[in-house]
Ligand binder design. Sequence first.
Ligand code: SF4
Length: 182
Amino acid sequence: MTIAIETPVPPCAHEPELFEEVAALSAAADEPLAVVSERLAVAHRSCAGCPMLVDCLYRAVVEVDVSGFVACTTEADRASIRRRLGIEVSQATFAPYGTARLGGGPVSHESVMAVRQSYPKDTCHQLAERLGCSTSTVKRHLRRAREQAQQEAAAAPAVDRRTPTVDEVLDAFDALETSQFA
Ligand code: SF4
């Protein structure tokens, strides 16, 4: 006997246009409030019925700063939840890592760091080959990044960086005015 196990497809995968529309509407300043509210309510209802809502919300708040409408929240909603929880999440980087450098000018610090992030196991020599620069240039930029990180760590105020629990994230979500949409 064959047992078929159905993998649930989240509503955002079923109707991505709705989620894109809501993300654009909530970012636009000149849309009539009634239109924004109506479409937000529709998207809220979709997410509210999604079996992945809790996991999706937790990850979007605590782990990755994604863009758009996700897990019943706009980007502003998630920023508000993070403020309430006292946490910060760095933005996901979508830079085209590892692309060939054009022209013969000096390689930028950002390019070196992007390629380093994209190929973390590469040696400095391999990174230099990807960038078309010298190994000492790569080493210089990596040293600069280390020194910057050390300076920032030394200057950062001591804060409680405890990772919030799922219940804390849900409580902060419930406190949002917009969480009452669904
Ligand atoms: S809760 Fe997350 S996975 Fe589910 S529909 Fe909303 S955005 Fe998609």
